[in-house]
Design a protein around this ligand. Structure first.
Ligand SMILES: [Zn+2]
Length: 139
């Protein structure tokens, strides 16, 4: 068997997978959330109360999405961020006609939803993200 290698490009210190054939394989539960736009149960995700310093990257394509300094505790049960890494996250109208869905700008994997006007932080924005859509690289 040939050793498997990803074709990668370096952006800062993180690797981004260039094309779909190189994306990480997803488990059934990861697919349910990331591909089929599902939601993990609140207070169950591994990053909900995560406090380490580093960068959250896309589970599927490993594009950097959020820095830990944008993470705050909203008490909502999912990791919350008040700012994305520039141009990393795309906002699209949710199928429910009310909310704004957020997806990875690189692979279009589902992340969660973004809410504004709740006054949790000065940026007045809450990216409510499924832990399962993320991976973490410690500083
Ligand atoms: Zn992605």
């Amino acid at each position: 068997m040939q050793p498997f290698s990803f074709q990668t490009v370096y952006l800062n210190k993180n690797e981004i997978m260039l094309d779909k054939s190189n994306f990480n394989n997803l488990t059934a539960e990861e697919k349910r959330v990331i591909i089929n736009k599902g939601t993990e149960m609140p207070f169950t995700g591994e990053f909900n109360s995560w406090k380490k310093a580093g960068t959250f990257i896309c589970r599927q394509c490993e594009a950097p999405l959020y820095h830990s300094d944008a993470k705050f505790d909203s008490g909502c049960g999912w990791p919350s961020f008040d700012e994305e890494i520039k141009d990393a996250v795309k906002r699209v109208p949710d199928a429910d006609g009310r909310r704004v869905e957020i997806i990875c700008n690189h692979c279009e994997g589902h992340l969660g939803h973004v809410f504004v006007g709740e006054r949790f932080t000065d940026k007045n924005t809450r990216h409510c993200v499924n832990s399962i859509s993320l991976k973490f690289i410690e500083d």
